[in-house]
Design a protein around this ligand. Structure first.
Ligand code: 13P
Length: 336
């Protein structure tokens, strides 16, 4: 087993998942504004280190995706953040893209930037303790979108990024996110997501990326948030499994879904059903941002000194999702 394959399996094995705590300062400021907490470096660190020192880090969270600011911060107990995460039994990871910008040639779409100078930045992150990385491509569903141009250029960037990351001995998370915004049907989402993922693998193979040493982070297949026909859990599970079965090569060790605007319970319930019905050999787990942090952030914002209380809320969500990643979650367990 290669070292990268081993790390990927440590991150996602035994029902473990990923905590996506890599919000850029802009996004984190929006989240903190939403709960009336000033977005200072100290407050961003305080909330995040509260999560990173929770007990569920050892049995549920196999990896944490950090933002550049956080990977360089020191905890209140004087530990480097990547060290704190590793000491809890989890792997530190880092977001390395520099954000999605307007795509020249198709002004309503986006292309993710960050390839220039990436090799040098990767060396620095590796030295800081990162074992894996993340790059997110975004696609929106509209009449003619995602266009061939956006599908092609984002896949190309994801592949070039992945090749550089493996060269630096880290596991790349490949995240092509087809957004939930819009009035499209689940079938539209299925078709577009399948096209997007297939193109990503075509480019990954062309760039000689070792597929055993990556983690795929896709969206689930859902109707758009403005669609009249909301997807049932059964439909999400059926279409998501069908899409991944048909578009992901069997070498890929693990798939970790993003939550993409689903509520905490929806994201857990859908993941659970996907695992109950999973007849593939892929691990199907989670790499949630909002769906792991929302309740904890809300609680913390009102009880900023109550570390234990905040951790209790976070531990519950992490435990529920780890059960869901094994198809063992139920509404009864959720409410006890
Ligand atoms: P959400 O789970 O909030 O969609 O965030 C996951 C993520 O990392 C998006 O890039």
């Amino acid at each position: 087993m290669s070292e990268l394959n081993k790390i990927a399996l440590e991150i996602l094995g035994n029902g473990k998942g990923i905590l996506a705590a890599d919000e850029s300062t802009g996004t984190m400021t929006k989240r903190l504004d939403g709960v009336n907490v000033p977005s200072t470096p100290e407050n961003r660190l305080l909330f995040r280190e509260t999560l990173f020192s929770s007990s569920s880090m050892s049995n549920c969270i196999g990896g944490v995706i950090l933002y550049d600011e956080t990977i360089k911060q020191i905890s209140s107990k004087k530990k480097k953040i990547p060290e704190l995460i590793a000491d809890m039994g989890s792997h530190p990871g880092i977001k390395v893209d520099t954000g999605a910008k307007v795509l020249a040639g198709s002004s309503k779409e986006k292309i993710t930037e960050g390839l220039d100078g990436l090799r040098v930045r990767l060396k620095e992150y590796y030295k800081l303790g990162a074992k894996f990385t993340k790059w997110r491509g975004v696609y929106n569903i509209a009449k003619d979108n995602p266009s061939k141009l956006s599908i092609h250029s984002n896949a190309h960037a994801l592949a070039r990024y992945s090749a550089l990351v493996q060269e630096s001995n880290m596991v790349p998370i490949v995240e092509p996110e087809v957004l939930m915004e819009g009035d499209h049907s689940a079938k539209d989402c299925y078709q577009k997501t399948s096209e997007v993922i297939k193109k990503c693998f075509e480019e990954l193979i062309l760039h000689k990326v070792d597929l055993k040493g990556i983690i795929l982070k896709p969206n689930m297949i859902l109707a758009g948030d403005k669609s009249k026909n909301k997807s049932s859990n059964e439909e999400v599970s059926e279409l998501t499994l069908k899409c991944l079965k048909n578009s992901v090569p069997s070498e890929v060790p693990g798939i970790a879904f993003l939550s993409g605007g689903q509520s905490e319970i929806e994201a857990t319930e859908n993941l659970n059903l996907i695992n109950k019905n999973n007849t593939t050999n892929f691990i199907m787990s989670y790499s949630y941002g909002r769906a792991l942090q929302q309740s904890a952030l809300k609680f913390w914002s009102k009880n900023i000194k109550d570390i234990e209380g905040t951790q209790k809320v976070f531990n519950h969500r992490a435990n529920m999702n780890t059960l869901a990643a094994q198809g063992k979650w139920s509404k009864e367990i959720e409410s006890h």
